[in-house]
Design a protein around this ligand. Structure first.
Ligand code: FAD
Ligand code: NA7
Length: 606
């Protein structure tokens, strides 16, 4: 009896063809562009195989799969060592500029796996890692999937920073600074006839439009780098195999030699009755209407930054602080940031925690009067001294920390060790987990700062080590950062507390200065409220180990000084540097008052 033909799925047919052929051309027998590509390969004696899609039963289905994977509908569709190259024009161009040869030379990787590298998470770290690995010749797949927030907010490719972090935050901070600039303007002679009005809706539309362009840009970059992008949630089946599920519930299995974890984090919400009435930073930046009277719960940088720009937009803002401001930062500077916020009208409840949230429907009379009404939220809270507070707000924003997205994807099953303290991934200095071929970068990494440039740097360096055998490690020392409150706070190196703990009080010298940036003198704003501080180690020729600044544009200033601290700058190096006058940064070239002297550190002149 003849054996019935074994039916091969289009998926298997595609994978098999790609796996077995170093140069794979998906073609159609009558297509002149396909012929041009084949001719080019023949002429240059590059062995290839062509799968003529018009001559096989599965042809249209294979073409659909290729479209899903590469975004390219047409033939020819050329792959080198399993990596997507493109159509006729791309192939001709790649041959002319040497890319084709480089892709051939990059080797076929490990034929046992679908990919050399699978990256879970398309945020700052995952994107940087996947693009760099592909640039260096690896076959890379990246899976990114956003689970909606409890309020149903979701977003596109790019992760936290682009969609619900640094980018919208900084743009809202800028919006708030523009408001301040409007009121300064009249002091400089501008005739500002009406008090400026702000439209939340217009701001959100502008910012979300910019974010959409970034989302699109990332997709294009992945395609150009021949990274396979899957908008799908990934979890481990075994140590080299991932199950991916897209939003339509379609499942796929993919295997990879190495896996990089870059799943980032999501806001943590306190477990109190009514917490579901609150929102988090995941929701704030795309709110369809102004949050109105806002209670911000938490005192981390995210909490204070949001409080700062909301107040700058003219909203009544209260911050509920459980203990200290800006845990982990220099506490003198943290209090200064708090004073600036309070001076701008932010109300602080401290020490205080919320215990219950309840919805309050607007009463009928009020509803009839007001053009626009909405339910408010009644918050019950407990002060440390036992007093109970009850107040109503339009919005409660929880900025009470973030949890790493490491649960429920099979990490424990394959042996990846997580920190019992915060569920983050434990790694060695090469970002390698307890499973040899599984690595982690970005916010899920235990013991390192949660910042975009840190994730990007670690992702890129890791890709270079994995693909080219490079040895350079990411240096997590002297990472600068800025809190974008209305008066920005930039810092790099140690806080005063940490410096005293590391070197002892006797070995630390602190130089400091209050000052008024020139721009604020005419508007008579924030007099002597900017402040700089250098923390030096006496026994190391006054090496500067901490730099702190609260002032306008502190972020821009701090970046440059971070380089100096990395290079081991001493106080004498800063003294010998010539300042740029009149700037905020120049303060650090003539900072001579020590804290220990007790001398007046307020500026009196230019
Ligand atoms: P993320 O960018 O969070 O990306 C992880 C991605 O993986 C997400 O898209 C997630 O949905 C996806 N994912 C998770 N699990 C899976 C899975 N199983 N399968 C598929 N996909 C998955 N940093 C700064 O440097 N400067 C700032 O000014 C700044 N401001 C911030 C403001 C706010 C409000 C917030 C929340 C953060 C801010 N940060 C800032 C921090 C910065 O956003 C993060 O450090 C950075 O985004 C971390 O990048 P990542 O790659 O680790 O993770
Ligand atoms: P952080 O820095 O962990 O801060 C969380 C903040 O929220 C902090 O002020 C906490 O107060 C406060 N918090 C936490 N739980 C509660 C409850 N239940 N009630 C009231 N207040 C609470 O988190 P972020 O998300 O802002 O920052 C994430 C990372 O970015 C962080 O790890 C830094 O490295 C940078 P506490 O000080 O604990 O009393």
């Amino acid at each position: 009896m003849p054996t019935p033909p074994v039916s091969v799925s289009p998926e298997d047919e595609t994978n098999k063809f790609l796996k077995e052929n170093r140069v794979a051309v998906f073609s159609k027998s009558y297509c002149p562009f396909c012929e041009q590509v084949k001719d080019l390969l023949r002429t240059h004696r590059i062995p290839y195989s062509a799968l003529e899609l018009d001559l096989i039963d599965n042809g249209p289905a294979v073409q659909t799969i290729l479209f899903e994977r590469t975004g390219q509908k047409s033939v020819p569709n050329v792959f080198i060592n399993g990596r997507h190259l493109g159509g006729c024009d791309k192939t001709v161009e790649a041959h002319a500029d040497g890319t084709l040869q480089a892709m051939l030379n990059a080797g076929s990787g490990d034929a046992q796996y679908d990919y050399d590298l699978a990256v879970i998470g398309g945020g700052s770290g995952g994107l940087a890692c996947s693009k760099e690995a592909a640039r260096l010749g690896a076959r890379v797949v990246i899976c990114d999937f956003v689970k909606p927030s409890p309020k149903g907010t979701t977003w596109g490719l790019g992760g936290t920073c682009v969609n619900v972090g640094c980018i919208p935050k900084k743009l809202m901070h800028q919006t708030s600074l523009l408001g301040e600039a409007c009121s300064d303007a009249s002091k400089f002679g501008w005739s500002v006839t009406e008090s400026p009005q702000h439209s939340w809706e217009k701001m959100v539309k502008g910012i979300q439009g910019h974010i959409s362009s970034l989302n699109w840009g990332y997709r294009v970059q992945l395609r150009e780098r021949h990274v396979t992008y899957m908008n799908a949630y990934a979890e481990f089946v075994d140590a080299h195999t991932l199950r991916t599920v897209d939003k339509k519930g379609r499942e796929r299995l993919i295997s990879a030699r190495n896996v990089v974890l870059a799943m980032g984090g999501r806001p943590r919400i306190p477990d109190i009755p009514g917490a579901e009435l609150g929102i988090s930073s995941d929701d704030l930046f795309s709110l369809p209407r102004s949050p109105g009277r806002t209670l911000v719960v938490g005192a981390s940088y995210i909490a204070l930054e949001c409080a700062g720009f909301l107040r700058g937009l003219g909203l009544p803002v209260t911050v509920m602080v459980r203990s200290i401001l800006l845990r982990g930062f220099d506490q003198q500077m943290a209090e200064l940031v708090g004073e600036h916020l309070a001076q701008r009208g932010v109300r602080f409840l401290r020490p205080c925690v919320p215990t219950r949230l309840e919805r309050v429907e607007p009463d009928e009379e009020e509803e009839a009067d007001a053009a626009e009404t909405r339910p408010s939220i009644r918050v019950t809270a407990q002060m440390e001294d036992g007093t109970t507070l009850v107040a109503e707000y339009d919005t409660v924003l929880f900025a009470t920390g973030r949890r790493a997205c490491t649960a429920g994807i099979g990490l424990e099953k394959i042996g990846v060790r997580l920190s019992p303290k915060d569920g983050k991934v434990m790694c060695n200095e090469a970002e390698q987990t307890s499973v040899e071929h599984v690595y982690a970068v970005g916010d899920i990494l235990s013991g390192h700062p949660e910042l975009t440039p840190v994730a990007i740097q670690a992702g890129r360096q890791l890709a270079r080590r994995l693909v080219t055998g490079a040895t350079a490690l990411t240096d997590y020392q002297y990472i600068p950062t800025t809190v974008f409150t209305p008066a920005e706070y930039g810092c790099v190196g140690l806080s005063e507390e940490a410096a005293v703990e590391r070197y002892g009080e006797h070995d630390i010298e602190v130089f400091h200065q209050y000052f008024t940036p020139l721009e604020l003198t005419v508007p008579q704003r924030d007099e002597n409220a900017s402040y700089g501080k250098l923390i030096c180690v006496k026994s190391q020729r006054q090496r500067v180990v901490g730099f702190h600044l609260v002032a306008p544009h502190a972020g821009e200033v701090t970046q440059g000084f971070a380089v100096a601290l990395r290079l081991g700058a001493t106080k004498a190096d800063l003294d010998a540097s010539v300042g740029i006058h009149p700037t905020v940064a120049e303060q650090f070239t003539f900072m001579f008052i020590t804290k220990a002297s007790g001398a007046n550190s307020k500026s009196t002149g230019c």
